[in-house]
Design a protein around this ligand. Structure first.
Ligand code: NAI
Ligand code: MG
Length: 336
C-alpha cells in the first residue's frame, strides 16, 4: 500500500532527524511492499519567509486530506513574535489527546532501568489557549480554561488505553488544592470516568509531589493523566528518567486526524551539527505506522532500533555514544 503522509521537517534539528527517519521508513517499507508518498511543508519562521504565513494554507489542506502527519520540531519565539505552531495545529485539528509513552530502551544504562509508563496530556485547553492580556504595563493576565468536555475525553482516552493494553493504574495529576475550580473540575471528570473502569486502579496526585515521586520512585506510575501544562512539564521530566529528550515519542490524536512528533523541541544548541538523536521522532513514526495499520513495518523498525541500542556501538552523544545522526540512522538501516 502507498501511504500519503504530510511531512513537516520543522527547523533546528528538525530537518536532520526527519531525514534520518524518512530514510529508515523507506527502507523498512520497501521489503514489505509499503511505500510512502511524503507531502512536505515548512511551518514557522521558514514558512513565513517563503509564503508570508506561519502555517501555509497548503499545509492545513494537506493534513485535512491525508489525516496523518509526521512533524519535526518548530521553534517558538519567547516573549513576542508568533504563537506556537505546535499549539496552533493541535487546536486547529482538535487533537485533544497527546499520548507519550516513556519506555526504557534495551541496553541503555540509566538511573532507572525498566521504566514503562505512558502520559496522556490534554492538548487543547488549559493555560495553552493563549488568552493573555496586559491589564496595564505592570500586570499581565493569562486565562486558564478547563472544560468538562476536554477533561472527560482525555480521561476516556487514558482509561480506554489502560483497558485495551491491560494497564493497572491511572493517576490523575492536578493542583486542585490551589485551583479549586479548574483543576477541581478536571479531577471531578477523571473520577467520573474512572468509575466506568472498575478493573483499573484510580488515584490522584498533586503535581509538585508527583515531581518528587517520579524522581524517587517512578515505578509507582503506570498511566499518567493530566492537563496541558502539567503534561508538558512532566513529559520532559519523565524523558530524563529513561535517558533524555532524544528518546521520547508522541502522538497528537483527534477524531479526524493525527500528528506524530517527538516530545523534544528544535534543540538550537546542537542544530546543524549531525548530533541530534533521531530516536524520539523514529519512535513517533512507529506509533504512526501502527495508526495507519502497518504493524509489520512498525515492529520491524522498532526491533531494528532496539537492536542498535542493545548492541550499544553506534549511539548518539546524548545517550553516551560518539556517533552522529546519520551514522545512527545507517546503523538502524543496517539492522533492518
Ligand atoms: P529542546 O527540547 O529543543 O532542547 C532541550 C535540550 O535537550 C537541549 O539541550 C537539546 O540539545 C536536547 N535535545 C532535545 N532533543 C534532542 C535530540 N533529539 N537529540 C539530542 N539532544 C536533544 O528544548 P528548548 O531548547 O527549550 O526549546 C527549543 C525550541 O523548541 C523552542 O523554540 C521551543 O519553543 C521549541 N519546542 C518545539 C516543540 C515542538 O515543535 N513540538 C516542542 C518543544 C519545544
Ligand atoms: Mg514540551
Amino acid at each position: 500500500a502507498a501511504h500519503k503522509i504530510t511531512l513537516v521537517p520543522g527547523d533546528g534539528i528538525g530537518p536532520e532527524v526527519t531525514a534520518a527517519v524518512v530514510s529508515i521508513l523507506e527502507t523498512a517499507g520497501k521489503s514489505e511492499g509499503v511505500t510512502f508518498d511524503w507531502h512536505t511543508y515548512d511551518a514557522g519562521a521558514d514558512a513565513f519567509a517563503k509564503t508570508g504565513e506561519y502555517i501555509p494554507k497548503a499545509l492545513y489542506d494537506s493534513i485535512e486530506q491525508n489525516r496523518v502527519a509526521l512533524k519535526g520540531p518548530v521553534t517558538t519565539p519567547i516573549g513576542g513574535g508568533f504563537s506556537s505552531i505546535n499549539v496552533t495545529l493541535r487546536k486547529k485539528f482538535d487533537l485533544y489527546s497527546n499520548f507519550r509513552p516513556v519506555k526504557s530502551l534495551p541496553g541503555l544504562v540509566t538511573k532507572y532501568p525498566g521504566i514503562d509508563m505512558v502520559i496522556f496530556r490534554e492538548n487543547t485547553e488549559d493555560l495553552y489557549i493563549g488568552l493573555e492580556v496586559m491589564i496595564n504595563p505592570d500586570i499581565a493576565q493569562s486565562l486558564k480554561i478547563i472544560t468538562r468536555k476536554g477533561s472527560t475525553r482525555i480521561a476516556k482516552s487514558a482509561f480506554d488505553f489502560a483497558r485495551k493494553l491491560g494497564r493497572k493504574k491511572v493517576h490523575a495529576i492536578h493542583k486542585a488544592n490551589i485551583m479549586k475550580l479548574s483543576d477541581g473540575l478536571f479531577i471531578k471528570c477523571c473520577k467520573e470516568v474512572a468509575a466506568e473502569y472498575p478493573e483499573i486502579t484510580y488515584a490522584e496526585h498533586i503535581v509538585d509531589n508527583t515531581c518528587m515521586q517520579l524522581v524517587m520512585n517512578p515505578y509507582q506510575y503506570d498511566v499518567i493523566l493530566t492537563e496541558n501544562l502539567y503534561g508538558d512539564i512532566l513529559s520532559d521530566l519523565c524523558s530524563g528518567l529513561i535517558g533524555g529528550l532524544g528518546l521520547v515519542p508522541g502522538a497528537n490524536l483527534g477524531a479526524e486526524c493525527a500528528i506524530f512528533e517527538a516530545v523534544h523541541g528544535s534543540a538550537p544548541d546542537i542544530a546543524g551539527q549531525d548530533k541530534a538523536n533521531p530516536t524520539a521522532l523514529l519512535q513517533s513514526a512507529v506509533l504512526m505506522l501502527h495508526h495507519i495499520d502497518e504493524p509489520v513495518v512498525a515492529e520491524k523498525v522498532q526491533k531494528a532500533l532496539e537492536a542498535v541500542y542493545a548492541e550499544g556501538k553506534t549511539l548518539t552523544r546524548d545517550v553516551g555514544g560518539t556517533s552522529g545522526t546519520k551514522a545512527f540512522a545507517d546503523a538502524v538501516i543496517a539492522a533492518l
